[in-house]
Design a protein around this ligand. Structure first.
Ligand SMILES: [Fe+2]
Length: 357
């Protein structure tokens, strides 16, 4: 890191991630750095464009920046910070995300909240509430909902930013992160070799192709070409770090009609599911997980290319939680070089597009 930024790693209780700090200066190259507030971060990041992406890579895909309370009153700052991590910031108004989930003034912000107008309830608590060792559970299948953002798109997005405008109390509403590069490195060599050439089939939630929908006998909806499930390599080579990382979701964002793994027995209880679930249980071992307890003004930045994450329960009757998400894409990746965006209709009559997750 440069003298302007300091990376304190790993994050507490984890083997990866880092808390990034900005040195206070009144004479920095940006000329206007007089505090560590959001505007100072943007000035420092814009003055040294590689610094924040380099920090994300150095921290193995997870950064925490604290004390950004100013973003709550000036949400456009979150978009400027997001631009430091890649050229394209998703506009949620353009991808037809329901309007109640999009920030009224800044369409690049997806609002995740149990409060009106979003009214999105938290996931159920794990059952049982504690892991066998008495600790907060992290491991699939006791802990559900592990995914990497928008993996049903090719090219998939690179980085997500999640900001605590009004988090739940500190022992609730945590976000869990698992590092799939560490998990990949810890696989037995034979299993590493086996998954290296496999592809998963990823689908958008709500299309009737996830495991729960298939088991319930739902009729899957007919899909336009731009809505179809997408193949993704189960092992990705990170275009910046060169590290290999497992790339998969568990049950809601994988296609359990034609997948979840290409070329293996399809559907629930098949050989594809068996391998997928074994890998997801491995990825989410406590060894590879960081649990973030949120404080107002926290910003967590994660690399979807080498992490999976999951939400956790909070008491929605007692807590009014408001979190803001942005999604960054468009960084070079040879795996997807030259591909058109799979989710953009290519016929002359644009049809409804897939809602973002
Ligand atoms: Fe997510």
């Amino acid at each position: 890191m440069t003298g302007r930024f300091k990376l304190d790693q790993p994050l507490p209780g984890a083997k990866f991630g880092g808390r990034l700090e900005l040195a206070i200066s009144s004479t920095g190259a940006a000329g206007a750095i007089s505090s560590t507030g959001a505007a100072a971060w943007i000035a420092a990041g814009e003055a040294e464009p590689s610094a924040l992406p380099d920090a994300l890579a150095a921290a193995n895909g997870l950064l925490l920046i604290q004390g950004l309370e100013a973003i709550k009153d000036e949400p456009g700052l979150l978009v400027r910070l997001s631009r430091l991590f890649g050229p394209e910031i998703e506009n949620y108004r353009e991808n037809l995300t329901p309007a109640n989930r999009v920030h009224a003034a800044v369409p690049e912000i997806l609002v995740v909240s149990n409060l009106p107008p979003v009214n999105q309830m938290p996931p159920d608590p794990p059952e049982p509430r504690l892991a066998p060792d008495g600790q907060f559970p992290t491991q699939f299948p006791q802990r559900r909902g592990w995914h990497t953002d928008q993996s049903f798109r090719r090219p998939p997005p690179d980085v997500s930013l999640f900001y605590a405008a009004a988090p739940a109390r500190r022992d609730q509403g945590q976000t869990l992160f698992a590092n799939t590069a560490l998990a990949h490195d810890a696989l037995a060599p034979e299993l590493q070799a086996r998954v290296a050439t496999l592809e998963g089939l990823h689908c958008s939630p709500g299309f009737g192709r996830g495991r729960v929908a298939v088991l319930a006998g739902e009729t899957p909806r007919a899909l336009a070409p731009h809505e179809r499930s997408q193949r993704q390599p189960m092992v990705r080579r990170h275009p910046v770090t060169g590290r290999r990382a497992l790339y998969m979701c568990e049950m809601g964002q994988m296609d359990f009609i034609d997948g979840p793994i290409i070329g293996m027995e399809k559907g629930p209880h098949g050989a594809g599911e068996n391998l997928l679930f074994a890998l997801m249980a491995h990825i989410t071992r406590r060894d590879f997980v960081y649990v973030h307890e949120w404080t107002q003004g926290d910003l967590v930045i994660w690399d979807n290319r080498c992490l999976v994450h999951a939400a956790s329960w909070f008491d929605a009757k007692a807590e009014g939680r408001v979190m803001w998400r942005t999604t960054v894409s468009g960084n070079p990746d040879p795996t997807y070089a030259g591909e058109p965006k799979s989710w953009i209709p290519r016929d002359p009559q644009p049809r409804e597009r897939t809602a973002a997750q």
